[in-house]
Design a protein around this ligand. Structure first.
Ligand code: FES
Length: 170
């Protein structure tokens, strides 16, 4: 093994060790039965912005659930992810009312601005763009959510301006 590879591997092992301890603490808080699965995954997601395959294995082991089931839950819920995501997760509503209100044009403007497609993350890990279903703001569409904040009555210009402001604020 090359020296650099060795250092990277050691860092990963150190990180995995810390993560395993954190997951153990979460299980102490939420319990070790099946009902703890979502809250434990939510906490991991909140801290790391994704749930690595190591974390999935650890959760499965501690809750005595098959890892495939853990993975299934992660892929089912849009707020959980098995892949690293950007600092800002843009979720654009794709449900019919926002669609009719001009979501397509807003999407085009966003993808042009941050140069990624829906489902991707920018190279600098700043933005991830995803679709979401109805955000409950149908009379104020098109709507999107960035992290926990909802933005309504979007126009292509307004969406780009929101993204530029976030970009500048870092
Ligand atoms: S359809 Fe988009 S918020 Fe309801």
């Amino acid at each position: 093994m090359e020296p650099t590879e060795k250092i990277i591997r050691q860092a990963e092992q150190l990180h995995d060790g810390e993560l395993a301890k954190e997951i153990e603490s979460l299980v102490k808080v939420y319990g070790s039965d099946r009902s703890a699965l979502i809250p434990v995954l939510q906490q991991i997601q909140k801290k790391y912005k994704f749930i690595s395959s190591f974390a999935q294995q650890e959760v499965a082991k501690l809750l005595d659930i098959h890892p495939v089931e853990v993975y299934g839950v992660i892929t089912f819920y849009s707020f959980l992810s098995s892949e690293p995501k950007g600092k800002y997760i843009i979720r654009l509503c794709r449900t019919i009312i926002c669609d009719l209100a001009g979501k397509e044009e807003v999407e085009k403007a966003i993808t042009k601005e941050i140069k990624i497609k829906v489902g991707e993350t920018t190279k600098d890990n700043k933005f991830t763009l995803e679709y979401t279903n109805c955000l409950g703001m149908c009379d104020l569409g098109p709507a999107m959510m960035i992290n926990n904040k909802i933005y309504t009555k979007l126009t292509p210009e307004k969406a780009v301006s929101i993204i530029r402001d976030l970009d500048k604020s870092d």
